[in-house]
Write a protein that binds this ligand. Sequence first.
Ligand SMILES: Cc1cc2nc3c(=O)[nH]c(=O)nc-3n(C[C@H](O)[C@H](O)[C@H](O)COP(=O)(O)OP(=O)(O)OC[C@H]3O[C@@H](n4cnc5c(N)ncnc54)[C@H](O)[C@@H]3O)c2cc1C
Length: 561
Amino acid sequence: MDHDFMDHEVDVLVAGAGAAGMTAALVCALQNLDVVLVEKSAQVGGTTATSAGTIWVPGTSQATGFKDDVAQARRYLDAIIGPATDGRREAYLASGPEVVDYLARNSEVKFSPYDKHPDYLSNRPGATLAGRALAPLPFDGRLLGKDFAMLRPPIGEFMALGGMVIGRDDIEPLARPFASVANFRKMASLLLRHAADRLRFRRGTRLLMGNALAARLLYSLRQRNVPVWLNTSIHELVMDGGRVTGARLSVEGTSRRIVARRAVVLATGGFGGSVERLNEYVQPKLAHAVAFAGAEGDGMRVARGAGAGVEDDHAQPAFWTPVSETTWLAGGRGAYPHLALDRAKPGLIAVNAAGRRFVDEAASYHEFVVGMHRSHETLPTIPAWLICDRGFIEAYGLGRVPPGRRSWRRLIASGYLVEADSLDALAARIKVDSAGLRDSVVRNNRYAETGTDDEFGKGSTDFDRHNGDPAHKPNPCLGPIAEPPFYAMAVYPSTLGSSVGLRTDSDGRVLSASGTPIPGLYACGNDMASIMRGHYPGPGITLGPAMVFAFRAAMAIAALH
Ligand SMILES: Cc1cc2nc3c(=O)[nH]c(=O)nc-3n(C[C@H](O)[C@H](O)[C@H](O)COP(=O)(O)OP(=O)(O)OC[C@H]3O[C@@H](n4cnc5c(N)ncnc54)[C@H](O)[C@@H]3O)c2cc1C
């Protein structure tokens, strides 16, 4: 994209092309502001493009059929996070429905509610089973034409066959195409579409989840002719008398100045992609971040240079997920986030070095890692080991191993999957206490019969059961680990994004360390401290606020005289 400028002047400069930055730029353009969006990397989308794309927004008109209201959602957030520390929670609840409607009316950024997607702490007051979590509508990447190449792809772990995005509903037909006529039809249509795509594009164009969201935002920006400057990063703010009046940008190693008559909006994605920055806040040190590596704290750094304050008194500094370490046939390593497909299913336990369980395995990915960290304080739990038998993997898959009957020889040889004919042999291979492991399996198998996990309550909440196997009785999350061979997979803590971030008011105005707004400076997305304060109440609690506060910031900027 063109960035032929020396001293360029705009109303608004937005830095970072994830959900937050693209929403802020889009709303500014829709409010007739002259806006430019700069993106450090060669593609737009950031972590957003690799995410599940869910937004958690209570009370939308899209979800009118569900029994829920904003008062219930407020009760839920109060129960989990505690009393609000500023006006942002109320602003979020008040504006959320308006933002989703505004985008649906004025752009191609459209959502629909999941039929069922329970809140993550579903036994707390005010929790719902459905209605708050919205999914972006799928998008046909072909509509982007040559701009499709500007869109960051999902992580390889969520694609198959060289670039086909796999949605949750696609797994069963692809894993068991001959199990039913419907499965076969779906598998055939997916493969035909993908084959046609590959004749014209480097990857599949049937876009789902976060990739659909980023594509919809990009498409809407193009419809409004918003300039997007790739390979352009903000590295310093320009100040005049305490007011932010522009920024210095780095364009392929050259520093350029841009004047922003009204505002600079920081949306560089927080620091969830930088293991080094995360480790300033995390003990024990992390080895992994599945958030996009470009989200490395630039917005916080430049804002601090202008005197901005940071909110860091959060329950957790970041949002967590367990990951397993993958290796690619073509070379290179990656990480598979164990979000919702395997841990909750019946017939799997997670153990520490003592061979003991330490958490409800079906809890949300965030709570699972909180449990890992807690256990690691007394017993080595990094890595933790997911333990199951062959029947489990054939039925549900495990991490990168898809369900179905096939050979796992390569995955075993690479060490991704550890196999043994007995629990003792498995324990020896993964160096965990064998008596502890045997005992954990015996207890699990007893719970599978009674339907009650006396230790950690696996399968005791609506959220757990939603991710279990509804056909499995008496508890959809509890099954025996019985038939050899047995398997183990190592999982490590990793991050989806940072929670700690810049202190702002409810319109995204960045506040100084003493709490006064810095004129001309706004932040949204993970650059803004999360209103969830390090808690993970439900699906979409980073992207929802990212888009709502991007909207509120853009509207506040549009209202400036
Ligand atoms: C596998 C996975 C699944 C997830 N699923 C969900 C979900 O369903 N719902 C949810 O709410 N959250 C989810 N998350 C978390 C969510 O994706 C992130 O919290 C969110 O995308 C952050 O959005 P953002 O706009 O702040 O940043 P990003 O989307 O990361 O975008 C930031 C952009 O800023 C750019 N940038 C960085 N520095 C500069 C600079 N100096 N100048 C210019 N540009 C810069 C980056 O290159 C990047 O493109 C998931 C995360 C992962 C990894």
